[in-house]
Ligand binder design. Sequence first.
Ligand code: UD1
Length: 361
Amino acid sequence: MKLIHVVGARPNFMKAAPVWNAIIRMTDFDQMLVHTGQHYDNLMSDIFFKELQIPVPDYNLNIGSDTHARQTAAIMIKFEELIIDLKPNLVLVYGDVNSTVAAAMVCSKLLIPFAHVEAGLRSFDRRMPEEINRIITDQLATILFTPSEDGNINLLKEGVPKSKINFVGNVMIDTLVELLPGAHKPILFNNIKLYVLVTLHRPSNVDEPDSLRSIIQNLNEISNSIPVLFPVHPRTKNMITINNLDFEKNDNLHLIDPLGYLDFLGLMKNSTAVITDSGGIQEETTYLGIPCITVRENTERPITITLGTNQLIGKEYHKIPELIKNIINGKKIKRTVPPLWDGKASERIAEVLITYSKDQH
Ligand code: UD1
């Protein structure tokens, strides 16, 4: 069987890596890696391939940044040419980025079966581009792999046949489980014991100057009581510059470039709390038992709230200092690891694909 994995943006890489490696271990499938080039900076892309032990992509479509329509369309045009040539038996797409939905639409129209890893997640907020990407990808997919049971429920409600849905667990946690022992705080921060780790990149937070200004004010405020480490996403960096915003000059505020996987994981596992608007980080903090304050109005990963360490504050950024104070004062936070977040999701995916391949003959 000939498989093609499609990745494009940073959160795809840690999802594809364990699946790629499980397929090598468990099957004799022929596999290839296609990078759309949606993310292209070394720190947003190349570094992950080295750290996650996946090969350099066989093909890079070099699409880069653009508006949603132009970026998605450009990926579709180049990806269509490529797979007409390569004739895979199955394509694997990951997560909810523009590269995911672009590849999904191309496969469907060419009648090439494809599997969606991380299917069924819903924020029920169609203002989020990722929600559109999820709904379309799941409607079109041949095989759907869900990370949590809420995913199965959402898919069934949307009319996806039960026979297509496989609850396998969370592949991002596979990568975390495997690489956690080797993840250490960057030496630069060795002397900082307690700290808050921050990541922000959602348009709803960083593209609106008033929101971004308010977030910065609140980060300034908490940095008076605890160090703040903030690896800044390129989108956020651009918006800070364009809007002439700035942080206080304060030794407790550390604005740094985006980090590789191992450095970031090292910082996350030792942190006092995390403030984020990322999807994956809500899951990783739940697994690690680190309190997570999510600056979003909703989440497509509700299990991180019901079982995990996550809480949503929407745009009520003024709540951040009080919440951080409670965490520093040791207010206990419950933690349960959700079912099948056990490091073996990729093996379950490989098993399903082995059965699928046998059924094709
Ligand atoms: C994308 C995903 C988002 C994911 C995030 C992780 C979509 C719709 N969004 O958002 O779901 O959480 O990736 O990072 O697919 N840029 C660079 N270098 C890069 C990549 C981007 O400088 O390597 C800058 C460009 O100015 C670009 C901006 O970041 O315009 C946004 O990049 P883009 O891929 O459009 O979206 P993200 O915000 O990264």
